[in-house]
Design a protein around this ligand. Structure first.
Ligand SMILES: [Zn+2]
Length: 271
């Protein structure tokens, strides 16, 4: 699945996040990672996205469709839900998304059930090839005529990196992932730590970055490690913790280009 095809697909498909807003940073293993681990399954690397969430966390359907499979398999997914979407026209071909939600503790749908985006279809767990509670989400394309898996020999049994199909992918992103995926998102979102609004990185600023990254007060406040761009803003952007991590500002931070973010922040602060 090349980038051009993904972008065409994105025009028709916008996936919802499978968990609540505050669990945006749950993605622990991206597509294609850890080839050594997945070699034993005949895979070129991890063939989906892993979301680390506590056991029993409700998993919400990422789009509309129908449940077509819900049992334990030998494939390592443990208790899983397999969902097909409605037909999608892609390059004059009718296709469907074939979605798997794996390692569940409990399934809440049965084969033949219609599924609505946002509906809770399972509870997250640790069944199958899994060493801790998480959701494995995988997507491939099947033919709309006979459900034949497309691009089966792509090294991932047809699964592809569907991350750009999320409605707001940059909200869930991390810099390293985007750098690799080459998908278009606001430039300042993907600023590497060495491009800091025109400032040189000195030993002093490096120590400041480190102090911010592991500041216990901050981690407690945002319930996660700060992102690279947040650290950049704090060290080089002259704003205080309190201003940057006010709920609304945090949202601006994620959605807007840097100049727009700065404009809003300055307005808010009356600068
Ligand atoms: Zn996985």
């Amino acid at each position: 699945m090349n980038k051009e095809k993904i972008l065409k697909l994105r025009e028709q498909v916008k996936l919802k996040y499978p968990f609540k807003e505050e669990q945006h940073n749950a993605i622990w293993q991206h597509f294609g990672k850890n080839p050594e681990t997945y070699k034993r399954f005949g895979l070129a690397g991890h063939n989906g996205l892993d979301f680390v969430v506590p056991e029993g966390t409700p998993i919400k359907a990422i789009c509309d469709g129908e449940a077509v499979g819900v049992k334990n398999t030998k494939h390592g997914y443990g208790l899983y839900v397999r969902q097909f979407t409605e037909l999608i026209l892609l390059d004059n071909e009718k296709v469907k998304l074939d979605i798997v939600y794996g390692h569940n503790e409990k399934n809440l749908v049965k084969v033949g059930d219609k599924i609505k985006a946002g509906q809770t279809i399972a509870l997250a767990g640790n069944t199958g090839f899994s060493s801790g509670s998480h959701l494995h989400l995988g997507i491939r394309l099947v033919s709309g005529y006979n459900n034949k898996i497309l691009e089966y020999n792509n090294g991932y049994f047809g699964y592809f990196d569907f991350y750009p199909l999320f409605e707001h992918p940059n909200t869930y992103s991390n810099y390293f992932y985007w750098k690799k995926s080459n998908f278009e998102i606001p430039d300042w979102e993907i600023l590497p730590v060495d491009k800091r609004y025109g400032f040189e990185r000195t030993w002093k600023t490096y120590l400041k970055e480190k102090a911010i990254a592991f500041n216990p007060w901050l981690i407690e406040k945002i319930k996660r490690l700060p992102t690279n761009q947040e650290i950049n803003g704090l060290v080089y952007g002259y704003h205080t913790f309190e201003n940057i991590f006010k709920d609304k500002i945090d949202i601006w931070w994620k959605y807007y280009h840097y100049p727009e973010y700065k404009r809003r922040l300055e307005k808010k602060l009356g600068l």
